[in-house]
Design a protein around this ligand. Structure first.
Ligand code: AMP
Ligand code: ZN
Length: 216
């Protein structure tokens, strides 16, 4: 008898500040599968001097969403790479119904994990967030500080605040989340593909709870 291992296909949903990126990275490390963050990919592209880069930069700074056709194509290409053969953790995608329907066509078995967090707590967390411009590691001034103030533990780069972590952009992104992304909870629930988890406890506790509900 041949026992085939299931693939580890996950996506993480949650408002900005819910710890999506951190938990996606933890899960990906644990399972040795790629962590695919559309936000990270777009930020990298937005740093390029091309016309496309500048256009993206404008969209990101205001907290708006990148058009679906661009986003879907980018994700489809990424998921076609061979390092996703044993699975992947999507972070920041899908963000609306069009994207969810697109993903369901190419990857019908993905399990959605919803990290719940109140808007109030989300805004509080985002103001303390710092990222490494070099390796994209994410820190928080109170909840997850680097060993040396404002310096990345991994490569020593000076940490920055994301340009879209301003209060104005955060409010736009939270409104987007409620209007466009929240409906996906029903979409995945109806397919029996939704796990909910409280994003409020400390990082390690959330990771442990996540492992427990996923049986990992
Ligand atoms: P994030 O790091 O997930 O908060 O994403 C940062 C920004 O990248 C968002 O505010 C959007 O402008 C863009 N972005 C990331 N993922 C998507 C997506 N799935 N669809 C459209 N835009 C996205
Ligand atoms: Zn770094």
């Amino acid at each position: 008898m041949i026992i085939t291992m299931g693939k580890y296909e996950y996506l993480i949903l949650g408002p900005q500040g819910s710890g999506k990126g951190t938990q996606a990275q933890a899960l990906a490390n644990l399972l040795r599968i790629p962590h695919i963050s559309t936000g990270d990919i777009f930020r990298q592209l937005a740093g390029q001097q091309s016309e496309f880069g500048q256009e993206l930069d404008k969209i990101l700074k205001t907290g708006q969403l990148v058009p679906d056709d661009i986003t879907n194509k980018l994700v489809a290409n990424r998921l076609a790479e061979s390092d996703t053969n044993s699975g992947f953790v999507l972070d920041g995608f899908p963000r609306n119904m069009k994207q969810a329907e697109f993903l369901a066509k190419i990857k019908p078995d993905v399990l959605a994990i919803y990290l719940e967090l109140s808007d109030e707590e989300a805004v509080k967390r985002i103001s303390g967030r710092r990222v490494c411009p070099n390796c994209q590691a994410v820190y928080h001034l109170q909840y997850n500080p680097p060993r040396v103030d404002e310096v990345c533990n991994i490569d020593g780069a000076h940490l920055l605040q994301r340009t879209d972590d301003t209060k104005e952009a955060v409010l736009v992104r939270l409104a987007n989340f409620h209007q466009q992304t929240e409906p996906l909870l029903d979409f995945y629930h109806q397919r029996g593909k939704l796990k909910r988890i409280d994003g409020a406890p400390p990082i390690d506790v959330v990771t442990a709870n996540l492992r427990a509900i996923l049986g990992l």
